[in-house]
Design a protein around this ligand. Structure first.
Ligand code: ZN
Ligand code: ZN
Length: 381
């Protein structure tokens, strides 16, 4: 449906998006791309009567239901290890979050995000959870879902289903609240919300919707009690003493909870804390703003992302697991290219490790050179 969408793009030189473009066919779209060779190419998830008109006159007809998952929003520990900053004046590498250059004193400091295999796997994990919500709770078949790599650190999940097409902003917000577990009323699940014990929790692992998710999530939290991320948060919620008690009975808990959760074996305050963490584990970390914006422009699938030079590849839910962007989204030739790199953490591209590089001239495959040039951390040598 090219003719009902709005198209927009960024050129290599300008920082303002050229938008409100209407095209009659995919061949017109190809012609436009060839003519303007954009840095980034976008289209609306919405269909309009008049895509070329100003926003208030477009006449909105409906929009695909879209979700955005970005590794940058997942608070991953690898982020602190691989992100860094660059001084735009003297081109030195600085620790992430620096506000001033410790070499020349300049305040023109640019934060540079990096992406690693861990970032991608974590983002994929969020996509799997989202797909489970869409399929199991909303009954949307995989045939109506595409999962597109963003070309950088995340994925766009696009649902193209007529029945959902005209959902308004409020309905889309309800969907994101459901997937994020916002406003879950634990009382309704028979779970304790205060000090009082509620003997009515009947959630089983095999239950549908949030019931089963909470039960399975609680089991996972108990299984991972000793892991630093879980331990830290639990101690904050129930204190050291309760946490240590819990840790001591972990093995027997796991045995007794194996077939079905035994809620009555734990104090209400402990259940409440475990459930709080379970919600964090099982929800999918989607970006609410993207889903509820019914006029959103999305990167056009199978075009290059101008921040990386990687292909924003269109995938199917079934092919996501095999997908490795550092191999499958690489489209530039492997021909060697000489660049001067300010700084680059190590990276594996097409099975080969490169870097780390620090203020040096190197010969790297074109795809890596383009990535570095796009990020502004290298110059052609
Ligand atoms: Zn400097
Ligand atoms: Zn990472």
């Amino acid at each position: 449906m090219v003719e009902k969408r709005e198209f927009g793009y960024f050129t290599f030189g300008q920082k303002v998006m050229v938008r409100h473009i209407s095209l009659k066919s995919s061949s017109e779209l190809f012609e436009l791309i060839k003519k303007v060779t954009p840095l980034h190419m976008y289209h609306s998830a919405a269909h309009y009567q008049y895509p070329q008109a100003p926003m208030e006159e477009k006449v909105w007809l409906g929009a695909e239901l879209i979700f955005d998952i970005d590794a940058d929003h997942l608070n991953l520990p690898c982020k602190e290890r691989h992100d860094f900053s660059i001084c735009e004046d003297c081109k030195s590498m600085l620790p992430p979050g620096s506000e001033q250059c410790n070499n020349c004193g300049s305040t023109k400091v640019k934060r540079t995000d990096w992406v690693c295999e861990n970032c991608i796997e974590a983002a994929k994990g969020e996509v799997y959870k989202l797909l489970d919500f869409l399929e199991m709770d909303f009954g949307i078949p995989y045939s109506k879902i595409s999962v597109n790599f963003s070309g950088n650190r995340g994925f766009h999940v696009i649902v193209n289903d007529e029945k959902l097409f005209t959902l308004d902003q409020v309905s889309r917000k309800e969907i994101t609240d459901y997937i994020l577990g916002n406003g879950l009323d634990l009382n309704l699940y028979g779970l304790p919300t205060g000090k009082r014990r509620y003997p009515s929790a009947t959630l089983e692992y095999t239950d549908g919707s949030w019931r089963g998710r909470l039960a399975r999530g609680a089991f996972e939290v108990i299984k991972d009690l000793h892991k630093p991320g879980i331990a830290e948060k639990l101690i904050k919620l129930i204190g050291n003493k309760e946490y240590n008690k819990l840790l001591q009975i972990k093995d027997s808990l796991l045995t007794s909870w194996l077939d079905s959760p035994k809620w009555e074996t734990l104090k209400p305050s402990v259940i409440k804390a475990i459930i709080t963490l379970a919600v964090e584990e099982v929800r999918s970390s989607i970006d609410t703003i993207v889903t509820t914006d019914i006029h959103r422009l999305l990167r056009l699938a199978n075009t290059l992302n101008g921040k990386t030079g990687f292909l924003a590849k269109r995938l199917e839910p079934e092919t996501l697991e095999q997908f490795n962007p550092f191999v499958d989204a690489v489209v530039m030739p492997d021909e060697a290219c000489k660049v001067h790199v300010i700084y680059m953490p190590k990276i594996r591209i097409c099975g080969e490790w490169y870097g780390p590089y620090n203020n040096e001239d190197v010969k790297v495959p074109t795809c890596l050179a383009v990535l570095l040039l796009c990020k502004g951390i290298a110059t052609l040598a």
